[in-house]
Design a protein around this ligand. Sequence first.
Ligand code: NAG
Ligand code: NAG
Length: 252
Amino acid sequence: MLILILLPVAFLLPPGAGAGEIIGGWEAQPHSRPYMASLKIQRGNKSVRCGGFLVSENFVLTAAHCNGDKIIVVLGAHDITNEERSQQVITVSRAYPHQDYDKESHNNDIMLLELAERAKLNRWVGTIALPCANERVKPGAVCSVAGWGGTSTECESTPARLQEVDVVVMQDAACLRNPNGPYHNYNSSSMMCVGDPKMGKDSWKGDSGGPLVCGKTAQGVVSWGPPTPPGVYVKVSTFIPWIRATMRKLQP
Ligand SMILES: *[C@@H]1O[C@H](CO)[C@@H](O)[C@H](O)[C@H]1NC(C)=O
Ligand SMILES: *[C@@H]1O[C@H](CO)[C@@H](O)[C@H](O)[C@H]1NC(C)=O
């Protein structure tokens, strides 16, 4: 049985934290998710954070809405406020948001980041497998999501250590496209509906750009949603051809 812990930090998050909002969750076993990346994004004179995940030695996958003027990737972290020996801090040489990313509808909210240098794979830093093209996760499957939760560096109270939570994959109908409802932009061919509304405020969505992990595979990317579950994730399996083609193209 899962015991959901309400994080006190949830009350300190800035309003409008959106899909990066933490509602409940627990601290992950340190370095149990070696694919996790923390992104420091510079946007004009503002600095924001997102999650991401390592898919090869030199590519991190994240959400397109995490794009900025300059991005730095921290790998191998557990406590992002410390300079841990396990950490590798690498700048992004090129950000490649999906060419059809639509800010309004959130469609195609996916982005590849090319690292300026290859990550050294070791016990703290590793890649996560991607699904097969068009693979489908059955509703009812229990997956997990992790992140450091913060969306603003102006807020010093975001969790320092990696947090995680289990979430249930819902039927597409749970993100009903009622024109006046929060899910009117839900697109079942490119998005996943995740998180049981019955769990109410005790569910946790992780930060934007972080992976939805089902078994050993990154099936989703934290994307958007109303303050309460279900949340909407990018359906990674739809974008496998785009991911492969983009990685080939950017590869020197
Ligand atoms: C940041 O940039 C905005 C717009 O470019 C400006 O209005 C604001 O004063 C700047 N803030 C600081 C702290 O420099
Ligand atoms: C749903 O997403 C797919 C894949 O991005 C896209 O081809 C299709 O046009 C979208 N449908 C709507 C109604 O936006």
